[in-house]
Design a protein around this ligand. Structure first.
Ligand code: NIG
Ligand code: FE
Length: 422
């Protein structure tokens, strides 16, 4: 199968030699070619260049992209896409004045989603998540990290992992699974939190590793959830099995989770709505990327991650949706790119870098995804006619996507019959 896209108004994120991350002030540049072509064979980017240098290439499908922008698909490095039910009533409770913490203390929040998920079959969870993924692909997302964490029993967590495995096999999107073993303390363990951590360490992690699905470990390191001691015990146990941390830290409080993440060579530290100079210092010189989740800040009305402090310190930053039923019930990366500009004060170039190559880095896949580079995977967005790529964050929450190439397959997102499954 071969696809040739010609007359592209702007071909974004073009890198001659492969890159895997963009940091600090470099994030303010998006290398691009005006009036470009790109040629794809099977699932791989083979060639690209300026139209003036174009020499005839035989291709099975030719797309004339006059007036349109082509860029790498969004890489959404933090989601909880597998869940059952929704938490609309908690949303209304929050509008009426309750806080996220107050709702959680009443047995709502993550425990509420866990109860529903435990009673939902693997098949139903799979179908629900696949429908969500299809919607994300229509909005330009080509790679998605998916966490467990709504199981809260060994069986239900393993059930979630199996669902994610099926999704990984069946969806055209690139999926990276994460074991969010420690998302909340189940009701029965309220008075004996350490016993739950023991269960995670002695039973859940070894059984999960046997399934060989997830390569990352996540913990919600936060007051009322898992403190630094518990988080460290889990990261240490997971490290023995080769699971690399991608952790929830500093959403409401600074407990020292960033430094701990760096100590365990976390791939990413996510949320960071609260951040201090010690955290920035810890991230410098590390291989850990900061991930901001502006959809969560928007939905919970909590502070936005201080992206400027991170980028101005010379650090890399990724942005992701945090798609989940409690704190961010939207997986729309176009909105996230817009919110990054408006609320995190990022330039369109920084936001696009954060949502493509740096998102891919935060998923551990940036050697093959996140830029237009020869040999990289063909996951691309073809926009509607636009004058400039800045119109993507400008028209916030709109869908700028017209077609996608996902895993080398051309898909018309306006066609309701289109299927995004292998
Ligand atoms: O990333 N903060 C922890 N986990 C999710 C929210 C989960 C939920 O409320 O269901 C998050 O925001
Ligand atoms: Fe999350």
């Amino acid at each position: 199968m071969s696809i040739l896209i010609t007359n592209i108004k702007q071909l974004l994120q073009v890198h001659q030699s492969n890159i895997t991350i963009v940091k600090g002030s470099d994030m303010n540049t998006i290398p691009l070619i005006e009036n470009a072509y790109v040629y794809i064979e099977n699932d791989t980017i083979i060639e690209y260049g300026k139209m003036e240098d174009y020499r005839t290439i035989e291709a099975e499908t030719i797309i004339d992209a006059t007036g349109k922008i082509v860029l790498p698909s969004w890489c959404d490095s933090h989601t909880h896409t597998v869940y059952a039910g929704n938490r609309t009533s908690e949303f209304v409770d929050r509008i009426n004045g309750l806080t996220y913490a107050e709702i959680a203390n009443k047995g709502g929040g993550i425990l509420n989603s866990a109860k529903t998920l435990q009673d939902t079959s693997e098949d139903d969870l799979y179908e629900l998540a696949m429908q969500r993924l299809d919607e994300l692909i229509r909005m330009g997302t080509g790679a998605v990290e998916i966490k467990t964490g709504y199981g809260l029993t060994v069986d239900a967590e393993l059930k979630m992992l199996k669902v994610i495995k099926r999704i990984k096999q069946e969806s055209l999107a690139k999926i990276t699974p994460t074991l969010l073993a420690a998302h909340a303390i189940p009701e029965d363990y309220r008075a004996k939190k350490d016993d739950y951590v023991d269960l995670i360490i002695n039973e859940l992690i070894p059984k999960a590793v046997d399934l060989n699905i997830a390569h990352y470990i996540d913990v919600f390191c936060e007051d009322g959830y898992f403190d630094i001691k518990a988080t460290e015990r889990i990261l240490k146990a997971a490290q023995k099995f080769g699971l690399r941390p991608k952790i929830h830290v500093n959403q409401f409080n600074i407990l020292g989770g960033v430094e701990l993440g760096v100590k365990y060579n976390a791939l990413s530290v996510d949320h960071l709505e609260e951040l201090d100079t010690k955290d920035i210092k810890a991230l410098k010189g590390s291989e850990t990327i900061a991930v901001a989740l502006p959809g969560c800040s928007y939905f919970l009305s909590i502070p936005y991650t201080p992206a400027r402090d991170i980028i101005n310190a010379g650090l890399p930053l990724a942005i992701a949706t945090d798609y989940n039923p409690g704190s961010a019930p939207s997986g729309n990366m176009n909105f996230i790119v817009g919110a990054a500009c408006v609320k995190l004060k990022m330039s369109p170039e920084e936001a696009i870098n954060a949502a493509t190559i740096n998102g891919a880095y935060a998923m551990g896949i940036s050697n093959m995804y996140g830029s237009i580079t020869r040999g990289k995977k063909a996951n691309l967005i073809i926009t509607k006619p636009l004058n400039h790529y800045s119109e993507i964050p400008y028209a916030f929450a709109h869908n700028p996507v017209e077609q996608v190439i996902i895993n080398g397959r051309l898909k018309d997102i306006k066609n309701p019959e289109e299927i995004f499954r292998i």
